[in-house]
Design a protein around this ligand. Sequence first.
Ligand code: B1M
Length: 211
Amino acid sequence: MSKIEEVAQAVENGKSKLVPGLVQEALDEGDAPIDILNKGMIDAMSIVGEKFKRNEIFVPEMLVAAKAMKKGVEVLKPHLGSGNDTKIGKMAMGTVFGDLHDIGKNLVIMMIESTGYEVIDLGIDVPVEKFMEAADDPEVTVIGVSALLTTTMPAMQEIVAALNKHPRRSEFKIMVGGAPITEAFAQEIGADIYTADAASAGQAAKALAAK
Ligand code: B1M
């Protein structure tokens, strides 16, 4: 079994104590950090999601897998992105109210930070008011909104509708994403940018700053 497969298996089984060491071993053996992330961790979480859907595992197992992935990401973090120290913009980002998923949001933040943005993490279960307050900051040029559940897509719509009425609306862009979100939905609710994953979110934010 390859080291990346070992990482994947440990994440899938929620082995928080094992994952950091295995990620480090994979790095030491020369595996690319992005492969460890995609094939070792994100793919493992998809398997966890599928098992949950088939009622083979339940919420506690999803939770321990999420914990294990977070431990692995901590080891991977310094190896991902460009490590740009020059500040190119300021962004605020959070997961919509009613939604507790934060792994994807944290990865998006990590990739956007690596392009040189300062990112204010608004956290999970974020109400409309908190997004609006974040938009008051005169330095904020991008607001990121993440949702992982089909049932919290209306919350995203509500947040974007409120942000679209913000007095500073012409000064910031609204970026949305998350597993159930599509380009069509993003357009329908009046967001400016949809990106499917953390790497493209980073690229989109960088392109915005260059304009
Ligand atoms: Co949840 N959960 N969960 N869960 N969970 C999903 C999302 C689900 C698809 C599993 C399934 O059924 N197959 C399903 C949603 C079904 C649906 O809506 N159609 C689901 C469900 C049903 C639930 C509960 C309702 C279960 C229950 O209680 N009965 C419950 C809801 C709680 C709540 O939020 N109110 C729940 C709870 C949980 C845990 C708390 C146990 C845990 C989350 C822990 C945490 O995040 N700290 C959890 C987990 C771990 C998952 C799965 C297994 C993994 C999610 C994940 O971290 N993926 C997930 C199944 C799956 O995704 N396949 C599932 C890895 C992560 C890197 O990917 O988050 O998609 P992702 O992020 C990507 C992109 O989406 C994108 O970039 C990221 C990186 O590339 N992206 C953006 C995300 N945000 C973006 C923002 C952007 C741009 C791109 O711009 C701003």
